[in-house]
Design a protein around this ligand. Structure first.
Ligand code: MN
Length: 244
């Protein structure tokens, strides 16, 4: 392993710590929820914190896992019960480099009703035209509702399919991206779109959602380097990492 590859990994893991703090600051995650990144040196491994709230995650909490969620050198550190959720998405989505799982409150109404979550403003385009809704009841009946087994995680990964996010019935959501800034961006704007969609629909009358063409073109534009960098810098500053 070359020194520069080690430096690249160090900076990526520093970015993962920042993503934890950003998602906490933006109230996408709270005491629960988590964010992981695929290992850039080995696509069959990923990094995720031990079971700790994202607000307080630091570099020493990060553990490397394989795609069955087996930890390497965990020591005394206990993984999240839902680590396998990340593992099985990485197993079937080679394009995904970052996974976020959250219970952001504004999205929860869309997991317990039959009202689809749909982009209502340009920044919300990144959630895509269709947000799948996965229900653990369908295959597993009454459970503890955690994604804590490989069969449950595989089922959720199938429901996510090629999409950028999915809703978990009566639970929360998963968001993915080709980079940490992209998955963080999708997560934040999924929450904000849910807030705005709820407000727009509560006003009554027809709602003019984004068209399929607007969703495709705007989503691609927002995933480009300039908007993602600009957003990441802003979110870093708000989370106390300004001037880096
Ligand atoms: Mn959860």
């Amino acid at each position: 392993m070359s020194l520069s590859a080690d430096r690249d990994l160090d900076s990526l893991l520093a970015e993962l710590v920042m993503a934890n703090r950003i998602l906490a600051r933006e109230e996408v995650v709270d005491d629960f929820g988590h964010v992981s990144v695929r290992d850039p040196r080995d696509a069959s491994r990923f990094w995720l914190s031990r079971s700790r709230s994202p607000e307080v995650v630091s570099r020493d909490d990060l553990i490397r896992f394989d795609l069955d969620a087996t930890p390497e050198n965990p020591g005394h550190r206990k993984p999240y019960l839902e680590t396998v959720l990340h593992a099985r998405i990485y197993a079937v989505r080679p394009d995904v480099q970052c996974v976020v799982h959250h219970h952001a409150r504004p999205v929860l109404p869309f997991t317990v009703t039959h009202r689809p979550l749909r982009p209502v403003f340009h920044m919300g385009s990144v959630i895509g035209a269709e947000v799948p809704l996965w229900d653990s009841q369908d295959e597993f009946g009454d459970t503890n509702m955690l994604i804590d087994t490989i069969p449950k995680a595989d089922s959720l990964a199938r429901a996510l399919g090629p999409h950028s996010c999915a809703l978990l019935k009566r639970h929360g959501a998963v968001c993915v991206g080709a980079s940490i800034p992209e998955a963080v961006f999708v997560s934040i704007y999924m929450k904000e779109n849910a807030e705005l969609q709820y407000a727009a629909e509560a006003l009554g009358g027809p709602v003019d959602y984004l068209t399929p063409g607007e969703i495709t073109q705007t989503g691609a534009m927002l995933r480009s380097e300039r908007p993602l960098r600009r957003s990441w810098d802003y979110r870093c500053a708000r989370a106390g990492f300004g001037g880096l």
